[in-house]
Design a protein around this ligand. Sequence first.
Ligand code: C5P
Length: 342
Amino acid sequence: MCIFLMSGLFLFEVTKPQTSLMAVRLKHHRYITALLGSSAILSFLYFQNSAMVLMDSSHGLVSERAPCACGNCVTDQGNSRWFSDRYKPTVPLLLNSNNSVLHADVSRWWKELQDVPNVSNYTAVVDQLFSLFPDEDAGPDRGRTCAVVGNSGNLLGSHYGPLIDFHDFVIRINKGPTKHYEKDVGSKTTHRIMYPESAMDLDNSTHLVLFPFKILDMQWLFSAFTTKNITQTYTEVPSTIKANKDKVMILHPEFMRYVYDNWTECHGRYPSTGFLTLIFALHICDEVNVFGFGATSNGNWHHYFDETLTPFENDSHAGDFENKTISRLQQEKKILLYRGWT
Ligand code: C5P
C-alpha cells in the first residue's frame, strides 16, 4: 500500500507544469531515486516478514496469538514443540446450549466415569441448566496473571498469601479454605472449582466453576439453586449452596476428555481436579503460577487444612504422571511452580 502511495505522489509531481526542461529532469531524477529506494526497502520488509511466517508454519508452531502483556505468555507456542503438540487452543472450555452436543467418543468416555447409574437425559438436563445459569458463547474472561491454588500441606508456613492475592485471578479448588490460613494461602478467590461432593458456600463475586464428573452433578447444581431436593450422590451432598448464580460456569466434558487424552496421555481413569484446573488455567490465563501442589515424600496427598492422608496414585488418577507433566510444564516455562515450605 505504501508503494502505491509513493507512486501516486510521483505521478502528481511529474504532471505538474514546470518552467524549464532541466528542472523537470532534475525533479524526475529525484523522485525516481526516492521511489526505487522506498520500494526496495518495503519489498525487503515484506519478503522478510513472509519468510518468517513461512518458517514458523513449516515448524507447525504457529497458531492464533492472543494479545498478551506478559514477558512469557502461555500462548507463545513457538518456543516449545512439546507444549504445542498437546495444547489445543480451540477446545471448548465451558458448556453452553450451543456447544452441548457431545461427540460420540467423548460422550461414551464421560458417561463411563459415572459411578452412579445414569438414568437421566443429558439433553434435558442441559436445557434445564441454561434456563437458569449464564449461557454464553464467548467463553470465560481471560486473566493476565493467575494463581492456581491446590490444597497441599506444603503451603503451611510458606507466607505465599500476599503473593497469591496479587494475581488477577485466584483459582481455588474444592474445600481449600482461606479463613485462618490467609498468611499462607491468601484471602482472594475469583474462581472456585467444585463438584457436589466438594461444594462450599461462596461470596457474591466468586465464580462457581462446576467440574461435572457425572450428569447428576449438573442436576445437583440446578437443584442447589432451586428445588434443593438432591441431597445424595454416592455420598451425602449439600442440598443448597450460597453463590452467585450469574457467575456459574460449567466445564465442558470435552475439555475433560482433552486433558485426559493430550495431557495425562490416558493414564489413570480421569485427571485429578487439581490437574484439570491447572490445564484450564493455561487456557484462560496469560501467565500461570501454581501453588499448593505436591505430595509428601512418601506419596500421600495431605491438606493444609486437615489431617487426611490420601495416596496420590490411586485407581482413578495417575498422580505420578500428572506430577511429571507439571514438572515438564515448569521446565518448558509455561507455568511457575511454587513448591512451598514443607
Ligand atoms: O484433595 P483435593 O482434591 O481437594 O485437592 C485439590 C488438588 O490439589 C488436587 O487435585 C491436587 O491436584 C492438589 N493437591 C496436591 N497435593 C496435595 C493435596 C492436593 O497436589 N497434597
